[in-house]
Design a protein around this ligand. Sequence first.
Ligand SMILES: *[C@@H]1O[C@H](CO)[C@@H](O)[C@H](O)[C@H]1NC(C)=O
Length: 588
Amino acid sequence: MLCNKLNEFLTEHEVESRILAALGLCVAVSLYGLKWIRKRRILKRINQEKKRRDMSLQLMEKLAEKFKKQNPGVDSRRILSMSLQELTEKLRDGSLSPESVLYPYVKKALEVTRDTNCITVFMNDCETQLQEVKKQKQKGLLYGVPVSIKEHVGYQGHPSTCGLVQYLDELEEEDSVIVKVLKKQGAIIFAKTNVPQTLICYETSNPIYGLTTNPHNHTKGAAGSSGGEGALIGGGGSILGFGTDIGGSIRLPSSFCGIAGLKPTPNRLSLHGVRPCVDGMLAVLLCIGPMARDVDSLVLCMKALLCDEMFKLDPRVPPLPFNEEVYSTSQPLRIGYYETDGYTLPNPAMRRVFLETKKLLEEAGHMLIPFKPPRTEYMLNELYMKSLFGDGGQTLSEKFKNNIVDQRLRDLCLLCNLPKIVKKILAFILKPLRPRYALSLSSAQGASCVKDHWKQNTAVEEYQTEFIAEWRKLNLDVVLAPMLGPAFNPGYPAKLLSAASYTMLYNLVGFPAGVVPVGSVTQTDEEELKNYKGHFNDQLDKLFVKAVEGGLGLPLSVQCAALPYQDELCLRLMKEVETLHQNKKKKA
Ligand SMILES: *[C@@H]1O[C@H](CO)[C@@H](O)[C@H](O)[C@H]1NC(C)=O
């Protein structure tokens, strides 16, 4: 019946319908063509950038070889094995020249990046920086120290891409404040390191520079988002570096790559000139902080940065110099601790090193007091995630538009693009089947109006108050917490965003937090992992086992935290933990 009518209509209007069909086809073809052309253009731009990077790495090789030829007597191995403390002393007293430190590091960094793919660009103005540094009348605290920085930390003449093609041609007009202060203190910035696309993932991969792997085992991930830094420093190719952290991005790669890292109190170090991951989101704040082989290096770096120069360059940073008195007190600490946050149960390896650390601290005379962060599930989904996706993911979604989306971020991108109503319906359907997935879906809906948004901010503030009240009730100085590790197998971080609740907590409450390596995975840990059920024994807990399995020998860490602006006290606990473990190792 309907077909007959349609047939009649078509024969009557044959010419018109043919024209219409042809037009439709034309539109479809040109739309597809446009998309194809755009994709080709993006791929071409990416290829150009890859070539530029190859050239950059070739320059590293050339300079390192030239130096070696001209200075055959320099003992690179010895220089590379020195601690930052020793190195800075030798550089300052003149027994080592800045060149004799920089070039061995350039050579080593090249080796590490060939293994792990961690460097995005070598700073070709190193020579100029060397000359500038040598002109310094008063040698800075980091005189002659080669330093690496995360890709989105602004450096003059270079783009800060966050792994996004659209930023490749936006070259920074000036250095970020942190780079300016580092240079003032005599540091030589020699490389930028890789990040995940948009930075919202703890696996470092993007369509421009590719995937960064773990320096201890290339089949494992380096975490992220400061994964390039983690791999470079963990592999020995840099002695001091800078990462940023909005949910664990300094602490996770530090833990996975076996180094120390500090996420300071928000705004303790200037973020001016660093491209944010989610623009305009203020409920949870991005922080920039140091990553290095040991805690002493982090301390030296904080001392160097917390100076008048930074306070002058960025008047929004509170003018608080490093508090040596707080850092070097020796009275016993009141340390709060928790074995699990109640959401992701630590795997046996993570649990073992945590309990060992707790015991060592107790034996050293500190007071360990059970402490439970309130309502982790609520904190994670209702507060952290809901704040991060306060706009329903629109800002992120725009960054992905007309772009090649990294394979690891496809699900996140899809989630950001889903209309609110679809998220709502999906969350409703999934609730009985996959309650923890449903929670993350509903937290990604975003605020519907300003009032809603303010309500969200109020809830975050209330949680902070509650958290501080719990802390105060026990009269704690610091907290010892478990830390995610060992390094995940590739592909899992994007599926297990919620496992980062251990680190996200300290971003949400705005406390300084750092990680220290304390051991490595044993065969017994691996055996025990087979019986891991988690708190829920659900899909996510099963994925978690798959993420961490096969980690024999990989580094493990613990996390230390302190109240806001007590970064020095946080570092003190970190130093204590590091020393106790070193002493234990010596005795064994
Ligand atoms: C790296 O990890 C893989 C997968 O777990 C494992 O099979 C391999 O033995 C490890 N390699 C090294 C050098 O430890």
